[in-house]
Design a protein around this ligand. Sequence first.
Ligand code: F6P
Length: 325
Amino acid sequence: MIKKIGILTSGGDAPGMNACIRSIVRAAHKNNIKVVGIEYGYKGLLNSNFINLSPESVTNIVHKGGTILKTNRCEEFKQKKYRKIAYNNLRNENIDGLIILGGDGSFKGAYIFSNEFKIPLVGIPSTIDNDIYGSDYSIGFNTAVQTIMDSVDKIRDTASSHERIFFIEVMGRNSGHLAIHAGNATGAELVLIPEINIKNLDSLVKKIKKINIKKKSVIIIYAEGCNLGPVDKITNYVQKKMKNSNVRYSILGHIQRGGSPCEKDRINSSLLGYYSVKEIIKKDKSKMVGIINDKLIVQDLKLSIKRKKEINKDLFKITEIINNY
Ligand code: F6P
């Protein structure tokens, strides 16, 4: 029987992580399972940064951004000798199951660790990138889209008042989910994503010119992983080719990861947290809980690290059509 579990948050923080931690702690309490918070992600597992989490200790955090457990990207955990230390630390603390909140990098470590030392483990997709295969939803995505929308709407005021062309760089690492959703919701005239290579810069310039003639200002959502490279260089190139226009760029950066979680991120985080406890009780190795078509699902963690989540092609195509005329 599982008597004590550990929770850790790993990789980039995401709004909703705290709502999820709260849900795990309270659901575990209902099942007479003790919960230990492991601070600083996998690094904390190596250094035994353990704190006891009681149902009262997670009061007043459902609305808070970031993660009360702190987070980290831990290079050492890629080596077996360090994972062995982590395992011994877990044993010493009598932790017999782990719940990991993170993205694909964190899941890779979780998968190896769970199988290597036969530890029951459940992963919860938590990344604003929303790029985890097997789940439509990942903690933090919706709040990040909202933050991007708020920023782009503001830039749009300047873009249209000055009749400017704006490249707006958004996060997402190697995926364009954030860019596509934000692009649709803000009416961006163009969305450039890593999944679709731009082979010819001049044809891009031609496209921008065509839109600019009609609309007099252009918003281009530029996913950071785009094949074209740094947004400042692209902006300069386009400016040179469009001498009579004013071309600017804006990098939204880490503002996209912060802030109080929106309704969907609070509710889904709570559901996923609750569900992860139901799963850990079964003592399975390396599972992941997720949401598909608004239903909670469980899948092998292996799938989520082996496969790449596809972009929503329909949304991308429809966005291109309806955001232009
Ligand atoms: O994975 C989440 C993410 O915010 C990516 O979108 C981005 O590329 C990366 O993390 C930034 O990481 P860091 O905060 O370590 O610079």
